[in-house]
Design a protein around this ligand. Structure first.
Ligand SMILES: [Zn+2]
Length: 188
């Protein structure tokens, strides 16, 4: 069975609302050149998305400047970089998959996510995430230090509240990563 939150349309709509707010802030700020930002969303074919809310998850909010044509993509709690799986799936599946092969195979069948993809996510959490500017800047704020070997489960534990609040806080914490595609091409 999936995590209960992955089956709860209200949780998805909450994520959508946060992404809406994040994109409004970006649009209001405008482009660095002084130009006006026009909506130019990226189409997405989201995986591990609840069917009831799928239509709301088929675009990643992005803008194009009317003067210099440069793109500005807002931070997101729905999408982790360019991955086709939603960030809540990346976080929850990675938190449950401790790396052992039989467990990974079971989880893969249960969640309908290829083992290869699960392994790539684990590798990203273990090797690349700790090196990101986001984690480098934030890690000292966590006392005692977070066990990087068991990311993201160890990180999720540090966020306060019930399961929904903790996951939401973690997704907000991770959202700056979603506008750094360079570190996120891995593990689609
Ligand atoms: Zn511009």
């Amino acid at each position: 069975m999936c995590h209960a939150l992955q089956q709860d349309p209200r949780f998805y709509l909450l994520l959508l609302r946060i992404d809406d707010e994040l994109s409004s802030e970006v649009r209001l700020r405008g482009c660095a050149c002084g130009g006006v930002l026009h909506r130019a969303n990226y189409p997405r074919k989201p995986r591990a998305c609840l069917s009831e809310v799928r239509a709301d998850f088929e675009s990643r909010f992005s803008f194009c400047c009317n003067r210099c044509r440069r793109r500005t993509t807002s931070m997101s709690v729905r999408f982790l970089g360019r991955r086709v799986y939603l960030s809540l799936a990346v976080v929850l599946a990675s938190a449950r998959h401790a790396g052992q092969r039989p467990a990974a195979a079971r989880l893969s069948t249960e969640l309908n996510i290829p083992v290869r993809t699960l392994q790539r996510w684990r590798q990203w959490w273990g090797e690349q995430f700790p090196l990101t500017p986001l984690w480098q800047a934030a890690c000292a704020r966590f006392m005692p230090p977070v066990d990087t070997e068991t990311f993201p489960a160890s990180l999720l534990e540090r966020f306060a509240g019930d399961a929904a609040e903790a996951l939401l806080r973690l997704l907000v914490f991770l959202s700056p990563l979603t506008v750094r595609p360079v570190t996120l091409n891995e593990g689609r």
